[in-house]
Design a protein around this ligand. Structure first.
Ligand code: ADP
Length: 156
């Protein structure tokens, strides 16, 4: 069974992320969406909220699992017998950045393969960073996030 980890911060989960998971499901039997946590990294939305949104995006889909983890992504994969790391690419900058990480990962953990999926054209400009900016400045972000991502503007 081919299982892929889709790691990220997902602060918040966007239509771009959803697109990559859906494409990943055409390739892999199971996608494990893994929220990387780091005590030093401040996020706009807490872990439980981010998890709930992602869970609500895939109701009753046994092929999608949501977890959180700390530390190196390759260690999480090795400990949980996951053979692939799925990442999305929007731009050549994404590619250069991801390539560096993938080279180091494959050096340290040669049995784990990184797989890159191109973002759908209409999601190429969608990022969690832009959405957080829209939220902060009361812009309309709704078309960039799945319906399940019900952001309470009063609380953010
Ligand atoms: P990170 O903090 O690791 O960058 P993100 O939550 O920003 O985590 O992104 C997780 C993954 O989703 C990364 O592989 C990133 O390239 C990909 N991604 C983010 N936004 C998009 C998008 N609009 N289209 C395709 N892939 C995307």
């Amino acid at each position: 069974m081919k299982r892929a980890l889709f790691p990220g911060t997902f602060d918040p989960f966007t239509n771009g992320h959803l697109d990559i998971v859906e494409k990943g499901l055409d390739i892999f039997d199971e996608i494990i969406i893994a929220i990387g946590t780091n005590a030093l990294k401040k996020t706009m939305f807490d872990l439980e909220t981010r998890k709930k949104w992602i869970r609500d995006c895939f109701p009753n889909n046994p092929r999608v699992t949501i977890v959180d983890y700390q530390g190196l992504t390759i260690n999480y994969c090795a400990d949980n017998n996951i053979g692939f790391i799925l990442r999305g690419l929007r731009t050549s900058n994404d590619f250069e950045y991801e390539k560096q990480i993938a080279f180091v990962n494959s050096d340290l953990a040669p049995t784990i393969q990184s797989v890159f999926v191109l973002s759908g054209q209409k999601y190429g400009a969608v990022s969690s960073t832009v959405i957080r900016d829209l939220i902060r400045h009361h812009g309309d972000f709704s078309k960039y996030v799945p319906k399940a991502v019900t952001i309470d503007l009063e609380r953010s």
